[in-house]
Design a protein around this ligand. Structure first.
Ligand code: ADP
Ligand code: ZN
Ligand code: ZN
Length: 763
């Protein structure tokens, strides 16, 4: 009997652990760790799973089912990726199946199908091309053309083929997509058929990518300034003895140009590079910049690609791209899971950004922190880039865990924008406000429009107004499924819940006292857009938020319109705060700094600082000096003062003192456990039990259970327990204790309708 009879399979389900299956005799040489296999699981259902381990230990006490089929001739997931998955599952306290679900494009996952043979979900796309029927010499081709002069349509078609194939430009003729040829030469299919019949052209079916490739000749990286060169050298120096470096450079200091130099260096060594961005809205401009230098070896990956495209990118990153492999990938957090074969460098741009953290579903991973682990597995280096680093990363840098490199000047010694504080409370009192705009902001906008410069207005709330209120009794329409008020969306004529998507008609009268004078309170981007159109009727206005960017290319369109000066004023949520590099943009308005600052969370101040610093950084990036107007009812607020002076160091000092005093990260390791139940009293009961059991182990390090700010979402009541664990203590052991405690709770009678979500390092 042969060895290695069994395989442990990961299934794309939220179930714990792996499942042991027998390897069929015939498959012995063609199955590997990381192979994708088809197996029966439960009631006649078939799933594709990934082989985690091959061994010779039969499962205890039962007959192992046999693997139905091995789906590919090679392992789809590398052993390095399997190690990465298992780190994620362990650290973020989830199952390997949940990691698999997040990691593998669903085009590679078959779930719950019932019949064999299963048609593969992914099929390479083939299309008809035409090429010359044989290797004609130049004189031979001239002869053919002479003969065709009597058939002008065929003559034109052949000439167009020779042009499109590159032959006319002196290159060996390439096959040309048939549909393209017909369109370009305004020809009929009949003319093409005639040439094929005459054995001049021939039709071939070729595999094409679904992805558009970029075919420009690469430009060399820009020559760096003195400061940039010094920074580049210091980064190299850091990497001699450290694996992670923080590049702390003010907005527009030229960090991206430094990345480009480092990328080129890695690509020349034959290494791959991953360039992470927090949000896909940022990718458009960066992709263009990187494409200019690295052309077709650059791939992009984020959740908006369809399944087929994702599979194709996966294959290109794994080196199975038929000559179209990707060595540089620009991506959102999920790009971490691509099958890199040899990473040399990971860049995490805007490392402070909260969207690196996945909130739901599990795995609730932070892509910044996970990137460092992935890099270590590859023996690669990590650069964290930021104009205002997270408190955690800066702390790691000054305590020597990371290298630290600073760029204090903008490229070209452009001044940082002037920041003006506009006191809304005073302006309201003196009746100087024009709808939601202070005189200072209006003046700055007027000036900019007069000089044909562009403006962005930032408001961190979408919709028309956050809520509607009855002025008589204070009644506010709220979601039927969640404990939050509904947001008024004027153009859709709806009240919408931003937590669960529930929507309903706009009420005409108060449900409490029947009064009809309901009025809207506060303002979101939609209302600002309406008002700006009234205040500046001749300006061209656009809006960028979750509601206007549902289509795949909507970001591109909005950004292109800004670049081409087709938009004078862009209004938006945090989507517009990062990455934009628009030469003619000189004025930034922050419409309401107060609501960010007053958010009840220990990171609210840090986050507000980042946000204001980021969005300010969009102004005056070239010759023209930028102006930022911050509207606030409290101009003496200490965080706003720090923004005015671009004073990150003091922000850090104050934050670090506070977090040390109240024991928050980076001085402890936080784990949040959320319990959800549709029955409020059962929820309370279970939450109390878990709180008590955890307190028995971790004592005063357990806080709660408590209702969060929004205590009910989609009919589920929620209670949270927070653990603040000592950093020095082995966190693996703590996690194990938590796991066991939670499992014990899950074993209680009636606990099956309880949902438990564990969030390690919540953000
Ligand atoms: P950051 O990433 O720090 O915000 P960027 O790399 O976007 O800064 O640089 C800001 C602007 O300055 C960009 O338009 C960029 O092309 C330009 N720039 C930066 N460094 C150079 C350089 N060495 N030569 C020419 N232009 C540069
Ligand atoms: Zn809701
Ligand atoms: Zn009322």
């Amino acid at each position: 009997m042969m060895d290695n009879h069994f395989a442990d399979i990961i299934l794309p389900l939220a179930v714990k652990g792996t499942f042991t299956y027998a390897i069929p005799e015939t498959a012995a040489g063609s199955i590997f760790e990381g192979s994708r296999v088809l197996i029966g699981f439960g009631n006649k259902k078939l799933y594709s799973g990934i082989v985690n381990r091959i061994h010779d230990i039969p499962p205890a006490g039962r007959q192992a089912r046999t693997i139905e089929r091995i789906l590919d001739p090679y392992p789809v997931v590398s052993s390095l990726q399997l190690k990465f998955w298992s780190w994620i599952a362990d650290y973020y306290m989830c199952s390997l199946g949940e990691v698999m679900k997040a990691a593998l494009p669903s085009g590679l996952c078959l779930e719950g199908v019932t019949t064999i043979p299963v048609a593969e979900k992914y099929r390479p796309k083939t299309e008809t091309f035409v090429r010359l029927a044989s290797d004609f010499t130049a004189s031979h081709l001239n002869e053919i053309l002479d003969k065709l002069s009597k058939a002008p349509k065929q003559y034109d078609l052949l000439v167009d083929y020779l042009r499109l194939s590159g032959y006319a430009g002196g290159l060996p003729p390439k096959p040309v997509l048939k549909t393209l040829l017909l369109i370009e030469s305004h020809s009929s299919a009949a003319a093409c058929e005639a040439l094929i019949k005459k054995n001049i052209l021939t039709a071939v079916s070729l595999e094409t990518g679904r992805l558009t490739d970029c075919n420009t000749t690469p430009e060399p990286p820009k020559t760096l300034s003195n400061d940039q060169n010094v920074a580049l050298e210091s980064l190299r120096k850091c990497f001699e003895d450290k694996d992670i470096a923080l590049l702390f450079g003010v907005t527009s200091s030229g960090k991206t140009e430094i990345y480009i130099h480092l990328i080129e260096e890695q690509l020349k060594k034959g290494k791959q590079v991953l360039y992470l961005l927090p949000e896909i809205s940022l990718t458009t401009q960066i992709i263009q910049r990187l494409n200019r230098h690295f052309g077709s070896t650059t791939g992009v990956y984020h959740s908006r690609f369809n399944n087929q495209e994702k599979v194709e990118i996966w294959n290109r990153v794994a080196g199975r791209g038929n000559g179209k492999n990707y060595n540089l990938v620009i991506g959102a957090r999920s790009a971490l899971f691509l099958p890199f074969t040899g990473l040399g460098l990971i860049i995490v741009d805007e490392e402070q950004d909260g969207s690196y953290k996945q909130h739901d579903p599990s795995p609730r991973y932070n892509a910044r922190d996970s990137a460092a682990v992935l890099a270590a597995l590859h023996g690669a280096k990590t650069i964290l880039g930021s104009a205002s680093p997270s408190i955690e990363s800066y702390y790691n840098a000054i305590t020597g865990k990371y290298g630290l490199v600073e760029l204090k000047q903008r490229y070209g010694s452009i001044r940082m924008p002037d920041i003006i504080l506009a006191n809304t409370r005073e302006a309201y009192r003196k009746k100087l406000m024009v709808s939601h705009f202070t005189p200072q902001l209006l003046e700055a906008m007027d000036d900019a429009l007069g000089r044909e410069e562009q403006i962005i207005l930032f408001q961190n709330r979408r919709g028309f107004s956050p809520y509607i209120e009855c002025p008589e009794c204070g009644w506010v329409p709220s979601c039927v499924q969640c404990a939050v008020s509904l947001t008024y969306h004027k153009s859709e004529r709806k009240m919408v819940c931003h937590y669960c998507g529930f929507s309903t008609a706009i009420p005409h009268h108060c449900e409490n006292c029947n009064s009809t004078g309901l009025s809207s309170r506060g303002f979101g981007t939609e209302k600002i857009e309406d008002e700006i159109r009234i205040v500046f009727p001749s300006a061209r206005v656009a809006r960028m938020d979750q509601d206007t960017t549902k289509g795949k290319n909507s970001f591109d369109r909005l950004i292109r319109s800004l670049e081409e000066k087709q938009t004078d004023i862009l209004i938006g949520t945090q989507m517009i705060s990062k990455g934009l590099d628009i030469e003619n943009l000189t004025v930034v308005g922050i419409l309401n700094a107060d609501n960010m600052l007053n958010f009840p969370d220990f990171r609210a101040h840090e986050r507000s600082f980042h946000m204001m610093e980021q969005v300010s950084g969009r102004a005056g990036r070239r010759q023209k000096i930028g102006k930022v107007v911050i509207q606030t009812s409290d101009p003496d607020n200490k965080i706003i003062r720090l923004v005015v002076n671009h004073d990150y160091k003091n922000l850090f000092r104050i934050q670090a003192e506070e977090r040390k005093a109240f024991n928050y990260p980076p001085f402890c390791r936080m784990i949040k456990i959320s319990l959800k139940h549709k029955d409020r009293s059962l929820l309370n009961e279970f939450a109390e039990i878990l709180g008590r059991d955890l307190r028995n182990i971790f004592g005063k390090r357990v806080l709660g259970p408590e209702y969060p700010l929004v205590s009910r979402i989609q009919l589920w009541y929620i209670k949270n327990i927070i653990l603040k664990l000592e950093k020095e203590k082995s966190s693996a052991a703590s996690r194990q204790l938590i796991r066991e405690t939670v499992e014990r709770l899950e074993g209680h009678k009636g606990a099956s309708s309880l949902k438990i979500a564990i969030d390690v390092d919540p953000y």
